[in-house]
Each structure stands twice: as C-alpha cells, then as structure tokens.
Design a protein. Structure first.
Length: 55
C-alpha cells in the first residue's frame, strides 16, 4: 500500500513541475488529485501497517 502512495507522490511531483510550464492548468489539477490520493493511501498504509510478531 505504501508503494502505491509513493508512486502517486512521484506522479504528483512530476505533474507539479509540469504545472510551471505550458500545461499549467491541467497539470495543476492532476497534481492536486495525485497529492490527495497520496495522502489518503499513506494514512491507510500507516494504519494497516503489518508488524512482525513479538518474540
């Protein structure tokens, strides 16, 4: 789950960088959605984190 969150973070960062160029409106919208998805997946990943059994 955390790997998906990090993937969406990278996509959001790339879209944010493209937002400073020609595709400003579309890239900014994509970046906002990707960051939102990243935050949601990150929180879910932290909550459902699998821990090794205690010894």
């Amino acid at each position: 789950m955390l790997s998906w969150a990090l993937t969406f973070l990278v996509i959001a960062l790339i879209a944010g960088v493209l937002g400073f160029g020609v595709l400003a409106g579309t890239a900014a919208t994509i970046a906002k959605w990707c960051v939102l998805i990243f935050v949601i997946l990150f929180v879910i990943g932290l909550i459902t984190e699998k821990r090794p059994p205690a010894v």
